[in-house]
Design a protein around this ligand. Structure first.
Ligand SMILES: C[S@@+](CC[C@H](N)C(=O)[O-])C[C@H]1O[C@@H](n2cnc3c(N)ncnc32)[C@H](O)[C@@H]1O
Length: 331
């Protein structure tokens, strides 16, 4: 057997092991359980430069839908059809239940690995994946698969934990992993004992809807990778995706646009439990109202200095903004 074949086999085994543990965890503790997507989506999509024309009447693909909250949001906000993929039976059961409760028919849930999903190239008008690929064992491979299934011109929305903000949470995660070992339930128990304030703040942010799940999602994860904005921009270059916007914004001047938008008022509700962040954001809203939106989408690609400043500025709010989103258009 050649060295490459041996290395490929070892990598496949590594990924299979990660997948078994990660998906097993989400099967028992489906994420997010419930989320008030309405209060989040308006502001986030606006800041990314996405407009309703991008998804209304369009076919949408979500990789790693969890309990289906975002997929259901698109399905009930004009998408023609949503295909939502996940491997966790527990999460999919909850997602299907919610679709049935809401009588939402234009959505198909598929149980499949997002890394090996082989729907045809160029088949969806709009593709996205939020908070998933970094736990698969092959983050870039998953991203490439997502882009592959988008049609030329399709918006590509991608979200993973940030190197700076999630990095700030790392010491707490390490302590739980060290004390709990391989036992995820033990890691979660240690987190509850040692970091009740962080957990309380996250609970407030999710309005108490998913208490147990957030402990596992934040402190017990068997595997995750973290990524800088620069790294994702390089992935965009490699896959021919043209940058449109970031959330939170990646350039200082784009915050004037963000905070001038009326949709901020809804998003602000997710800052409950984060009074410092709410205060900072309210001040920024007043500043933005004074000066107006000095930029508008599609935003220029951020330079190294700009994105560096923004990522450092996010660090005090690491617990609220550990994941960030980048949007682009497939070439
Ligand atoms: C943190 S949740 C995110 C759910 C959803 N995107 C959201 O933000 O509401 C991660 C999801 O990814 C799924 N997942 C992890 N690895 C996967 C894989 N290789 N294939 C399919 N789904 C996977 C898990 O089952 C879990 O439901």
């Amino acid at each position: 057997m050649s060295n490459t074949v041996v290395a490929d086999k070892a990598n496949d085994e590594r990924i299979a092991k990660i997948q078994q543990r990660v998906v097993g965890m989400y099967h028992k503790h489906p994420w997010p359980g419930d989320r008030r997507s309405d209060e989040e989506m308006g502001w986030r999509l606006k800041c990314l430069g996405i407009t309703p024309e991008d998804y209304v009447g369009k076919t949408v693909l979500e990789l790693g839908c969890g309990t289906g909250d975002y997929a259901l949001w698109y399905a009930t906000h004009g998408a023609k059809h949503v295909t939502a993929v996940d491997l966790s039976d527990g999460s999919l059961a909850r997602a299907r239940e919610k679709a049935a409760e809401g009588n939402v028919k234009n959505i198909t849930f598929i149980k499949h690995d997002v890394l090996t999903l082989d729907l045809p190239d160029n088949s969806f008008d709009y593709v996205y994946s939020v908070g998933v690929m970094h736990i698969t064992g092959d983050t870039f491979g998953g991203f490439k698969n997502l882009v592959r299934m988008g049609k030329p011109g399709a918006p590509v929305i991608f979200s993973v934990p940030n190197k700076f903000t999630r990095g700030a949470l790392r010491p707490k995660q390490w302590i739980c992993h060290w004390l709990g070992g391989d036992d995820l339930e033990a890691r979660a128990r240690w987190a509850k004992r040692l970091f009740p304030i962080s957990i309380w703040r996250l609970k407030k942010r999710f309005h108490g809807l998913n208490n147990e799940e957030l402990v596992f999602d934040n402190f017990a994860l068997p595997h995750e990778t973290i990524h800088s904005v620069g790294e994702l921009l390089r992935w965009f270059d490699k896959t021919g995706v043209k940058y449109m916007g970031g959330f939170p914004p990646f350039r200082v001047q784009d915050y004037f646009f963000a905070f001038a938008q009326p949709e901020y008022a809804d998003f602000r509700k997710t800052f409950v439990g984060f009074p410092g962040l709410r205060l900072t954001s309210d001040v920024l809203t007043k500043v933005a109202k004074l000066f107006g939106a000095v930029t508008k989408p599609p935003f220029p690609r951020p330079g190294m200095f700009q994105r560096g400043i923004c990522q450092i500025a996010w660090m005090p709010f690491a617990l609220r903004f550990y994941c960030y989103t980048i949007a682009g258009r497939k070439g």
